[in-house]
Write a protein that binds this ligand. Structure first.
Ligand code: ATP
Length: 324
């Protein structure tokens, strides 16, 4: 293998740049030509592909977002779109790909590999931490710390006014951000899509808590089965039926995607990026490079997409015990 290309795809996450940098520098170290594909699969189809040098990735390790830009591509979901992408890659002689993204990105990579056989290694770039095959995903730690900083600030005002705050964090299908920011932020409750939310229990507990605490923080993952933070707040308010209580909702939104990546994310991104290039050279063809128990592990895309990563049971237990 002499020429490879790297791209970022799907939702951006802090640390993607550190990963791109590691891919580029490792490739050059291994005497490969390396190309950057801009705007993910969309740029692969439109031929937005440029040769990268070591200096092309200078001064980006600390930046959030992605210098290669990201996009969601409907055209790549069609055979015609993928054919155009393949033609652009072969015209440049590209023999291997590194895809940085989430499960959608790896689904696309799997389909593309099955059709055209270009070896592709994935790096887990998503704030959601919802990928099987890695303990943590690139961007998750930064997103949790961003949420935590906001929760700390909200706690000040919640305490000053005896308020019950519902804070919505990202997580349509996964509650990792909610659980870790909830534990770290000392929340009274965390509501996640993985477990059924019992609002009657929440209301009962809030009544009990009122004897010892005047304010409460409830962290709600956006995809919770009881609804988003606004809906949950309205339901709880109605059930609690206490006009003396002041309820507030804060939705953190896209702030969780931005910002300088934490040290943990930069190191994880760098390890995955380096391992992706080494994996390609070692003959891996449709795998994600992740880190499990401190070791780099290559997991087939089919497992990363098809298997569910569960929340850590101990974290849920911690939430229950520490919120009394
Ligand atoms: P995040 O988890 O942060 O949302 P993601 O990688 O899951 O990131 P998606 O938007 O789901 O983001 O997927 C990225 C891109 O992968 C899509 O825009 C599409 O181009 C491609 N893709 C997803 N599913 C398929 C598929 N079944 N066939 C071909 N391409 C696909």
């Amino acid at each position: 293998m002499k020429k490879i290309a790297v791209f970022t795809s799907g939702g951006d996450s802090p640390g993607m740049n550190a990963c791109v940098r590691a891919v580029v520098r490792t490739a050059i170290f291994k005497e490969l030509e390396v190309y950057g594909i801009y705007r993910g699969y969309e740029g692969m189809i439109d031929g937005e592909i440029k040769r990268l040098q070591s200096h092309s990735v200078s001064n980006i390790v600390q930046r959030g977002g992605t210098v290669l830009k990201s996009a969601r591509s409907m055209e790549f979901k069609t055979p015609e779109g993928r054919k155009k992408a393949y033609d652009n890659l072969t015209a440049l002689g590209i023999e291997g790909l590194v895809a940085i993204g989430g499960d959608g990105t790896f689904t696309g990579a799997k389909v593309f590999f099955e059709e055209y056989g270009i070896p592709t290694i994935g790096c887990p770039g998503t704030i959601d931490n919802d990928l099987y095959g890695t303990d943590y995903t690139i961007g998750f730690d930064t997103a949790v710390n961003t949420a935590l900083e906001a929760i700390d600030k909200i706690r000040d005002t919640a305490a000053a006014h005896d308020r019950i705050f519902f804070i919505e964090v990202m997580g349509r299908d996964a509650g990792f951000i909610a659980v870790e920011s909830g534990i770290g932020g000392g929340a009274e409750f965390v509501m996640v899509p993985e477990s059924k939310t019992d609002l009657d229990h929440v209301v009962k507990s809030l009544k009990n808590l009122r004897k010892s605490k005047s304010s409460s923080i409830i962290v709600v993952a956006e995809g919770d089965d009881a609804g988003n933070a606004q809906t949950v707040m309205e339901k709880v308010k109605q059930k609690l039926n206490d006009p003396t209580k002041d309820f507030k909702v804060t939705t953190l939104g896209h702030i969780q995607r931005g910002g300088n990546p934490t040290a943990r994310d930069r190191v994880l991104a760098s390890r995955c990026g380096m391992s992706a290039v080494e994996g390609l050279l070692a003959g891996h063809q449709f795998h994600m490079a992740g880190v499990v128990n401190q070791e780099v592990v290559f997991t087939p895309f089919a497992d990363c997409i098809g298997k569910t990563k569960s929340l850590i049971e101990d974290h849920l237990k911690l939430m229950k015990i520490l919120s009394i």
